[in-house]
Design a protein around this ligand. Structure first.
Ligand SMILES: Nc1nc2c(ncn2[C@@H]2O[C@H](COP(=O)(O)OP(=O)(O)OP(=O)(O)O)[C@@H](O)[C@H]2O)c(=O)[nH]1
Ligand SMILES: [Mg+2]
Length: 203
């Protein structure tokens, strides 16, 4: 039985230190490291998953958030199917910068119609009690800037991490049927549910 899986590219953008690498690592390897080094340029990891009965290969691109690495990361924005705008709930400035990240992505990814492009907003480090950004302010920003879904996550304790990435897939699938990205994976699986057809001897 041939089964197809869509190859989808999601990209994590946001200030340095908000937890982009930690979110990717938590989701793909289910690990958390409290002493991660700053990302230089970009890195990516793949993850196979099934969303609403459809198999997906998610290619997750993690980018360097520090300003000095802008020229290293921007060439990789093109071809993204979804952008995860990430800030940290204990860092008000990273929330203020979301608009800049959205603008930078839209420009370098050459997005013709930003209003219909799938963005998902992540407020990370939910486990840290000293919040500087309220959920109400974050939801208001998302409403006023395109109606983007919003998740409060913690890469440290895994809260909402899988849901956020799964929603990114849903938003892509809702935006446009990805048949163009479907890649055939010859899986040679036998469908055990199917009743074996009565053998008709033909002779
Ligand atoms: N408490 C807590 N710490 C976190 C969380 N996510 C990341 N961190 C920590 O925050 C620091 C920065 O995390 P990174 O994942 O490296 O941040 P980044 O966005 O990839 O940073 P750049 O690579 O510089 O863009 C690290 O010490 C992480 O351990 C979280 O959800 N909760
Ligand atoms: Mg990083």
């Amino acid at each position: 039985m041939m089964s197809k899986s869509a190859l989808l590219k999601v990209i994590l953008l946001g200030d340095g230190g908000v937890g982009k690498s930690s979110l990717m690592n938590r989701y793909v390897t289910n690990k958390f490291d409290s002493h991660l080094f700053h990302t230089i340029g970009v890195e990516f990891l793949n993850k196979e998953l099934e969303v609403d009965g459809r198999r997906v290969t998610l290619q997750i691109w993690d980018t360097a958030g520090q300003e000095r690495f802008r020229s290293l990361r921007t060439p990789f924005y093109r071809g993204s199917d979804c952008c995860l705008l990430t800030f940290s709930l204990d860092d008000g400035q990273s929330f203020q910068n979301l608009a800049n990240w959205k603008k930078e992505f839209t420009y370098y990814a050459d997005i013709k119609d930003p209003d219909s492009f799938p963005f998902v907003v992540l407020g990370n480090k939910l486990d840290i009690p000293e919040r500087q950004v309220s959920g109400e302010d974050a939801r208001k920003w998302c409403r006023e800037n395109g109606g983007h879904p919003y998740f409060e996550t913690s890469a440290k304790d895994a809260t909402n991490v899988a849901s956020a990435f799964e929603e990114a897939v849903r938003r892509i699938q809702a935006t446009d049927d990805r048949d163009g990205h479907l890649i055939n994976t010859d899986t040679n699986t036998v469908d055990l549910q199917r009743k074996s057809q009565p053998q008709h001897s033909c002779c």
